[in-house]
Design a protein around this ligand. Sequence first.
Ligand SMILES: C[S@@+](CC[C@H](N)C(=O)[O-])C[C@H]1O[C@@H](n2cnc3c(N)ncnc32)[C@H](O)[C@@H]1O
Length: 278
Amino acid sequence: MDNIYISYDFTVSPKEPGAEILIAELGFAGFESFVENEKGFTAYIQKGDWNEEILANVSLLDSDDFEVHYKVEEVAQTNWNAEWEKNFDPIEVANLVSIRAPFHENPNLEYDIVIEPKMSFGTGHHETTHMMIQHLIELDVTDKKTLDMGSGTGILAIFAEMKGAKPIDAIDIDSWCYENSIENVDRNNCKHISLYEGDAALLEGKNYELIIANINRNILLNDIKTYAACLAPKGHLLLSGFYQEDIPMIDEEVQKYGMQLEKTINRNNWVALRYVKD
Ligand SMILES: C[S@@+](CC[C@H](N)C(=O)[O-])C[C@H]1O[C@@H](n2cnc3c(N)ncnc32)[C@H](O)[C@@H]1O
């Protein structure tokens, strides 16, 4: 991949919650990095991943509730780490889990996840990551053989290990994510996570008691049958990366493989579903 990026400098009014919702949508459209400022933020995408239609499905741009302006520029690769360090705030989930950068102070909660996301998705800022952490908090995952599909920074695999899951496979299709997750797994002293670059094709013949997949609706619809084939009876499947209105479609697919919906979590119209296999 070359080092040329396309940047979109967005102003969003009102900024709260507009910028947060827009960042979430852009993350799913393929943007890789976001640097906030007073009036909005700048979003970056590699030129090779960009296309003319990149904003076509970003619904906030059509919303009457927010005023959004942007200007587009081509930029050479910047020092992402320095940019990111200036802008990443620590996050807490349920007063139990902190997700922070190495330079943040440790708030001394029960679980402390240290992540340096660079270009990959998964700081806990996103609603879907947050909800998957919530599901994992509630599940007893001790000694559960686990798969984290679409692992991004590795954040969910890392938290699963902290909660006692093992062994864990974490798979991401993106080479940046794969490289970055190696660093994060190491940084959090995880010993039971095996990382792979790839997709559902790697799952043939595998067996898990817990499968976590925070990807997007279409990839999930395509891959649910493969996940189902790898999931043991009484095993749990956690799915996120889609909206409330996508639930019927996802649910219809999952139901084909003998799984029951146990719990739905919803944040700002994003959802995370927990299924259990018969
Ligand atoms: C929404 S992010 C989730 C990251 C992290 N698990 C989290 O919860 O914050 C989705 C991830 O799935 C990866 N991905 C996309 N398509 C995939 C596929 N077919 N198989 C595996 N990973 C995929 C992307 O590269 C991205 O890192």
